[in-house]
Design a protein around this ligand. Structure first.
Ligand code: ATP
Length: 238
């Protein structure tokens, strides 16, 4: 049984057709990447799967829960990291993680916070206020926040956006490790080299439509391309 089943998903914002009928499945423990250019519809699709936006038509099931009928059930098993997420500036990193963990029940706080701290890997700086953090440090704290809850499905919008090479690589390794421990991951990225490294399956999305889908290696073979960027150029030019 797939963890995520998306069928003919359509989303309009007034007269703007942001998502025009996309279909994909994600299996347990898989890292699935939605990749495509600005405005392709990635964030819209992720926000729908995170239950933050309603659908115009189509069907989404997460762990067999229909997103329109059981959004609260879905909220309990997912975690969403928005592209432009922020943390409370006046809290320390640790206090921020504690604040979030408290929503999941007092008995879970200690375990969650220590996991969040381990993922964020900020050393002593975890006890400093968030507004003293660099962009990369904030992003790592937020990745820690998103993954410390052991979600069934982690939805990560551009998880490494704006990070330097080392920080980005560390976050990619954390995502890989998280998936190995059973969390299913859906992420979006513009960075096609990143998804080639990270994702078991990818869907190339352009102008609200999935234009190609498969394992990165299979797509590179199919298009006789040496990387996914080249695949994308060939697919979109077709
Ligand atoms: P990016 O890579 O730039 O983040 P994206 O692939 O995530 O882009 P979306 O943010 O999903 O793309 O946007 C898809 C389309 O929907 C775009 O044309 C965008 O202008 C439009 N759109 C997104 N959000 C809204 C909104 N709240 N109201 C109206 N139009 C919107």
């Amino acid at each position: 049984m797939p963890v995520v089943e998306v069928k003919n998903l359509v989303k309009h914002y007034g007269s703007i057709e942001a998502v025009k009928g996309i279909t994909f499945n994600i299996n347990r423990g898989e890292i699935f990447g939605l990749i495509g250019p600005n405005g392709a519809g990635k964030t819209t699709a992720l926000r729908i799967l995170s239950t933050l936006l309603t659908i115009t038509s189509g069907n989404v099931q997460i762990m067999n829960h229909d997103i329109e009928k059981k959004p609260n059930e879905i909220r309990k098993i997912i975690s969403y990291l928005p592209e432009d997420a922020g943390a409370y500036k006046n809290l320390t990193g640790r206090k921020y993680l504690e604040f979030i963990a408290n929503f999941f029940g007092e008995e879970k706080v200690e375990k969650m916070v220590s996991k969040g701290i381990e993922i964020a890997d900020l050393g002593d700086r975890i006890t400093d206020k968030v507004d003293t953090y660099s962009k990369g440090m904030k992003r790592r704290l937020l990745v820690g926040r998103a993954l410390m809850t052991d979600p069934q499905l982690a939805i990560l919008d551009e998880p490494t956006s704006g990070l330097d090479v080392n920080n980005a690589q560390e976050i990619r390794n954390i995502i890989k490790k998280t998936a190995k421990s059973g969390t299913t991951v859906l992420l979006s990225s513009h960075n096609m080299l990143e998804v080639e490294y990270l994702c078991g399956s990818i869907a190339l999305i352009d102008d609200g439509l999935i234009v190609e889908e498969g394992k990165p290696m299979d797509l590179m073979k199919k298009y006789n391309a040496s990387n996914i960027e080249e695949v994308f150029t060939k697919v979109v030019k077709k």
